[in-house]
Design a protein. Structure first.
Length: 227
């Protein structure tokens, strides 16, 4: 799996459509302070599913959309696309080329697409799970992360080894299965409580029915005696 290209439009400082092609080997992005180098990393984080605004160095989702300048009007949409070469089928899909797109409109609507087909954020997370490309993976190394690994802050070394071993997806599925099992057990408990209440009501109704039946029998006997 190889990152082929990054397309940015209306995201942060990128007002115009900007395409970065990544050839085989090492690619460096060089430029003066304030030219948008960090925003490139933010755009990659965002498109692969980052939902913590603080990790994108922003205050809210609206601030991800180009806000305009003295010479340019504001954009109404932030859009980022990542294209991967998948000839070795490391991504769980039959396509040799996979493009992931994320959009955010200033109106508050969000959109995710895989190869131009609408999908969920969960689908994107599942696609990249255990590939080394995710919001909590070590594909993107920031300042301070190396120290965290050395100090084993928050079990960072264990997480890194689990990602390398490819077991993160199984732990995630286990967690999801556990949540579903817990929810099912809670539903069963509620059903048992409901059945208990219904059973008590049935017993009460049976008792009332017997009393009513006895009443009509006595009433019938009384009429016969009266005649």
């Amino acid at each position: 799996m190889r990152l082929k290209s990054l397309e940015i439009k209306g995201f942060k400082s990128f007002a115009d459509k900007t395409v970065l092609n990544f050839d085989e080997g090492i690619t460096g992005v060089i430029g003066p302070n304030g030219c948008g180098k960090s925003n490139i990393i933010d755009s990659i984080r965002w498109v692969i599913g980052e939902h913590k605004i603080s990790n994108l160095r922003s205050e809210n989702l609206e601030s991800l959309v180009f806000n305009g300048s003295k010479t340019r009007s504001a954009s109404g949409l932030a859009e980022v696309s990542l294209t991967f070469e998948n000839t070795k089928n490391l991504l769980p899909t039959e396509f040799n080329t996979v493009t992931v797109t994320r959009k955010y409109y200033k109106s508050g609507e969000s959109e995710y697409r895989l190869n131009d087909v609408a999908c969920r954020l969960k689908d994107i997370h599942n696609l990249f799970m255990d590939t080394g490309v995710s919001t909590d993976s070590y594909a993107i190394i920031e300042l301070g992360m190396v120290d965290d690994i050395i100090k084993d802050k928050e079990n960072s070394r264990r997480k890194m080894l689990e990602q390398a071993a490819g077991i993160t997806i199984y732990k995630t599925r286990k967690k999801e299965a556990k949540l579903k099992l817990d929810a099912t057990e809670q539903d069963l408990a509620r059903i048992e409580d409901l059945l208990f209440e219904i059973n008590n009501q049935l017993k009460s109704l049976e008792s009332q029915a017997k009393k009513a039946e006895k009443y009509f029998e006595i009433k019938k006997e009384y009429k016969e005696v009266s005649i």
